[in-house]
Ligand binder design. Structure first.
Ligand code: RIB
Length: 306
């Protein structure tokens, strides 16, 4: 089976719960403070591994306490850490997360996540990648390195899955290097100018990517579910009912699940529903990597909801 190769971020998440997000200048009481491994790249890599793929993570951390912990957690989750560099004189990525029952807000200090350039990523790809492997990336590493890595991976015959998060303006020229794109509502708005709020605008947002030449486009819609477009085909998956504790990492689990489904050549209906199951289960626990379910848990949940 093809491997999943993720070029992405590793962050230590400092996460605190509160009843509501404070206004400017306001202090609100917090509780259940948690320090736990995150970062979109590492979360997606851990998700793909727990959900059944062989996974390599390409990334970087600082030579500090958090960096060592972030790297040590990877093999425990089944992720190959051989392409994660530990760099001197730079701090590890850090995310300050404020979470409520239904949402979260994140402030990022990129640190070592921005240290790798195309040369390092290319070296890693030449060591671990083979045609038809799945290449996954986001926008928490260096912008130029990420776009160049997408092109390189696509040129090498890998299947590319791009999660442009956090969203930023992107050149039109990137889209012919992308086989599958997955965004949430706000990322869709930043990139396409279309905020998906109902069926018409969801379809418009998806169509924007299809017109750019991306074969498969997906929008995750939080508590409204997810939608997929492939050519003219449109699929909608309503959100699955679970008791939400923390949404951190749910989108990353969805991406990891997509990568596994692509590696296993599953059909689009199954892929969208199964990835939604994986993401829903993630929201039932607090934290990022620690809340990602196993393959058996997702299969069981899928079989219950029918
Ligand atoms: O997508 C969730 C992740 O975003 C968190 O783990 C945090 O590290 C930020 O990168």
């Amino acid at each position: 089976m093809p491997c999943v190769i993720d070029f992405g971020s590793l962050n230590m998440d400092l996460s605190i719960a509160c009843e509501r997000i404070p206004q400017a200048g306001e202090t609100v009481p917090g509780h259940d403070f948690l320090i736990n491994p995150g970062g979109k790249g590492a979360n997606q890599a851990v998700a793909a591994s727990r959900l059944g793929a062989q996974v390599f993570l390409i990334g970087a951390v600082g030579n500090d306490v958090f960096g060592k912990q972030l790297v040590e957690m990877l093999p425990a989750a089944g992720v190959d850490k051989s392409e994660v560099r530990i760099l001197d004189d730079i701090s590890s990525g850090l995310a300050m997360i404020t979470r409520t029952d239904s949402d979260n807000r994140i402030i990022l200090n990129a640190g070592a996540n921005h240290a790798l350039g195309l040369d390092e990523v290319s070296e890693s790809l030449s060591r671990v990648a083979h045609p038809a492997d799945i290449f996954v990336t986001q926008l928490e590493c260096g912008y130029r390195a990420t776009l160049a890595a997408l092109r390189k991976a696509h040129d090498q015959g890998l299947v590319t899955l791009f999660n442009p998060a956090p969203a930023m303006s992107l050149p039109d020229s990137i889209w012919d290097s992308v086989d599958m794109v997955c965004v949430n509502e706000t990322e869709c708005q930043t990139i396409t100018g279309i905020l998906p709020t109902d069926k018409a605008t969801i379809k418009q947002g998806l169509s924007w990517f299809i017109k750019q030449g991306v074969p498969t486009a997906i929008i995750t819609l939080g508590d409204k579910g997810a939608a997929l477009m492939q050519g003219e085909i449109y699929l909608y998956q309503p959100a699955l009912e679970v008791k939400v504790e923390d949404t951190t990492g749910a989108g990353d689990t969805f991406i990891g699940a997509l990568a596994v489904m692509v590696a296993e050549h599953k059909d689009r209906e199954f892929t969208l529903r199964w990835a939604s199951c994986a993401a829903a289960l993630t929201t039932t626990k607090v934290g990022a990597q620690r809340s990602i379910p196993t393959r058996a848990e997702v299969d069981e949940f899928y079989s219950h909801i029918g």
